[in-house]
Write a protein that binds this ligand. Structure first.
Ligand SMILES: Cc1cc2nc3c(=O)[nH]c(=O)nc-3n(C[C@H](O)[C@H](O)[C@H](O)COP(=O)(O)OP(=O)(O)OC[C@H]3O[C@@H](n4cnc5c(N)ncnc54)[C@H](O)[C@@H]3O)c2cc1C
Length: 414
């Protein structure tokens, strides 16, 4: 029977990064992933500048860096943000392959196979794991990095209630004809969450992230289509007017104008033929769950989405997948793997708990209008607030002192 120090289930960002770090430290690692080749993980692929600064090698993966962002409020108000710190957008096939290959080069053994929770049996000194092929392996530690629906996490830490999952769905669609693809984040009218358009090298990832308990597929899909149509309307307008003259035209969203009906119908027709739909879940832990949920125990650990580590306001999970992998590897290599529990709580646990407390306020009302509407309205007229918003997008501004920071910036002279 093959023997390993650590067996990792799932070679997404969390699993591959942990495998790389552990293997570089001399640990024997088996890394399993059952995803069929060429099938991407459903994801916007946005990686914040905070992550790019922490791990600059991520910029070697093929992607786009983004230094300008168009934001829209629930009432359709527009804000153009120039970002001091660019973020990156990757296709998940490119990003995941990049990280997995680094793990392999570092010495991890990579297996293209599924592992079921039932196939993992704990013994006195580790785990006997039966792979899909029937092969049996022994590993001293078992690490679940198998994503939001993690069967390994259900077995080791118990199931999460369905309300503690967010839903994200969207479409992959072609780049506009003039190749000039804006990056857009638009807060939804009357719904918790936002829509995005993230241009990648060869297509655009459109999506909506919202809470599971509010999910009404037909209404949200209709909003998604309005958003996509408005996006291509601007592109067609640019092509018709010339990019120079139409450079600053903005999307007319969340208020469909009858005058555009013919144009809109033709865009819809085109998108019906080309857009590919995807959907998946993102963990969105409730404030109290952060106190009780464990991410490690005797000879096991959970990383990334499997542990529930995603920002409950934005759905951002790649940074936390990588950071949790790094923290676990550091603890393991220091001979204190169980310290991982303390380390993740101190490092980002408090911030994510604060984010889940903030979610209701962030998508709620403030002075009689949605908070996100107010935030964009104020940012349009105030450089200080624009800066805080830019830092929020960059991942450098946490939620713990967000309100204080916004209020303080608003009081500073323009
Ligand atoms: C639609 C959508 C858009 C998103 N957009 C963004 C974004 O723009 N930026 C951002 O930061 N985050 C985003 N997220 C969240 C982000 O995708 C996740 O937080 C991140 O992928 C978590 O990484 P992970 O390695 O923990 O899990 P995953 O990336 O889910 O990787 C888990 C891996 O485990 C494998 N696996 C699963 N089960 C098994 C099994 N039984 N055996 C073997 N292998 C298995 C899977 O094939 C997969 O490769 C988005 C999520 C969704 C759903």
């Amino acid at each position: 029977m093959d023997r390993f120090d650590v067996l990792i289930v799932g070679a997404g960002p969390a699993g591959s990064f942990a495998a790389e770090r552990l293997a570089r430290g001399g640990v024997s690692v088996a890394l399993f992933d059952g995803r069929p080749p060429g099938e991407p993980k459903a994801c916007g692929g946005g990686v914040t500048s905070k992550a790019l600064k922490a791990w600059p090698h991520l910029l070697e993966a093929v992607g786009r860096t983004i230094d300008e962002l168009d934001m829209y409020s629930p009432s359709g108000k527009h804000l153009h943000l120039k970002l001091d710190e660019p973020f990156a957008v990757y296709s998940r096939i490119a990003f995941d392959t990049f990280l997995r290959e680094r793990a392999r080069e570092a010495g991890a053994q990579v297996f293209a196979e599924k592992i079921s929770a039932r196939g993992c049996k704990q013994s006195d000194d580790g785990w006997i794991v039966r792979a899909q092929s029937g092969a049996e392996l022994f590993s001293a530690w078992l690490v679940g990095a198998d994503g939001a629906n993690s069967p390994i996490a259900k077995k080791l830490a118990g199931p999460l209630p369905p309300a503690e999952m967010e839903v994200a769905f969207g479409y992959r669609a072609p780049l506009p004809d003039d190749g000039n693809a804006a990056t857009v984040v638009a807060f939804l009218p009357h719904w918790v969450g936002y829509a995005w358009a993230f241009p990648r090298i060869d297509h655009i990832s459109f999506g909506i992230a919202t809470t599971q308990d509010a999910f009404d597929h037909d209404s949200l899909d209709a909003l998604m289509w309005d958003f996509m149509v408005a996006y291509y309307e601007v592109a067609r307008y640019r092509t018709a007017r010339g990019s120079e003259r139409a450079a600053h035209s903005t999307m007319q969203i969340w208020k469909r104008a009858a005058t555009h009906a013919v144009e809109a119908a033709s865009i819809r027709l085109e998108l019906n033929k080309t857009a590919e739909r995807y959907a998946a879940r993102i963990p969105g832990l409730a404030p109290r769950t952060w106190d009780t949920r464990r991410a490690c125990g005797e000879r096991w650990a959970l990383l990334g989405d499997a542990a529930g580590f995603a920002d409950p306001v934005t759905g951002e999970g790649i940074y936390y997948a990588l950071r949790s992998a790094e923290l676990f590897a550091e603890c393991y290599l220091a001979g204190e793997p169980l310290k991982y529990e303390q380390r993740w709580r101190a490092d980002f646990g408090r911030e994510l708990q604060r984010a889940s407390q903030m979610r209701r306020k962030f998508y709620g009302n403030f002075w009689g209008a949605p908070f996100t509407d107010r935030m964009i309205e104020f940012a349009r007229g105030h450089r200080g607030i624009r800066k805080v918003l830019g830092q929020l997008v960059a991942g450098d501004q946490g939620y713990v002192d967000l309100k204080k920071k916004l209020a303080r910036s608003a009081l500073k002279p323009l």
